[in-house]
Design a protein around this ligand. Structure first.
Ligand code: G3P
Ligand code: MG
Length: 230
């Protein structure tokens, strides 16, 4: 059986402010080999790392992320004095240390990520340490049009025909599903489609062990420190 992936969901976000450089550094310190983050576009077209479309829940700002230019977003406190990071900063931190799952959240992030990675890697196929995912099929399609070789994951809260069709059409590397809709039968369906299956968000020991018994390939967790072997 291949290794079960422990993926730090928004960094080590159970103990540290989610989607910040602090949360990602802590996850790496704990020995995590996979980080997950969420991206949006600032008003001036920069890729920033934050989960929600709005600022209120995780920062001291208010309103839509996409209404602010980067310089203004950087003034907000994202917890413990941390700033909202740029995607580039997290990739720099993780380089050579972890694979990064970039989840496309904001409108336009698919095409923007494609162009960003094209520039960053200057046309080289240095994408083996990246996985791009989204609930939004259009963002994934836009991304794959620009970077056809980038590994993709379809995110879903339930497994239906549409999900498997999109995953097949995209040649997705994995399907990232809410743990509530995963069982042994679903594992078998994923296998029939030739897809890895990753579960979110799993913070409980027994739940994680159950997923492992069913042959699930990995889990997103807010507490990677509980599950990684040091
Ligand atoms: O991709 C797994 C998980 O991050 C999806 O849910 O809302 O935490 O981004 P969310
Ligand atoms: Mg996410």
């Amino acid at each position: 059986m291949s290794e079960f992936l422990i993926i730090a969901h928004r960094g080590a976000s159970g103990r540290w402010p989610e989607n910040t450089l602090l949360a990602f550094s802590k996850a790496l310190e704990y020995g995590v080999e996979w980080l997950e983050l969420d991206i949006h576009l600032s008003a001036d077209g920069e890729l920033v790392v934050i989960h929600d479309f709005t600022l209120e829940r995780t920062t001291d700002g208010c309103g839509q992320v996409s209404d602010y230019p980067l310089a203004e977003l950087r003034l907000f406190d994202a917890g413990m004095g941390e700033k909202i990071p740029l995607l580039a900063e997290v990739l720099d931190l993780a380089a050579g240390r972890a694979t990064v799952n970039i989840e496309l959240k904001g409108a336009g992030t698919g095409a923007a990520l494609g162009l960003f990675l094209q520039q960053r890697f200057a046309g080289q196929q240095c994408v083996d340490k990246l996985l791009a995912s989204s609930l939004n099929g259009d963002e994934l399609i836009n991304l794959s049009t620009i970077l056809p070789y980038l590994p993709l994951a379809v995110v879903a809260e339930r497994a239906d025909e549409q999900l498997w069709r999109l995953a097949d059409d995209l040649g997705a590397w994995s399907v990232n599903l809410d743990k509530c809709c995963i069982d042994e039968a679903l594992r078998a369906v994923a296998t029939q489609h030739g897809k890895r299956l990753l579960a979110f968000t799993v913070n409980d020991d027994r739940q994680l062990q159950q997923l492992q018994r069913w042959g699930v390939d990995g889990a997103f967790t807010d507490f990677p420190e509980r599950f990684v072997a040091k």
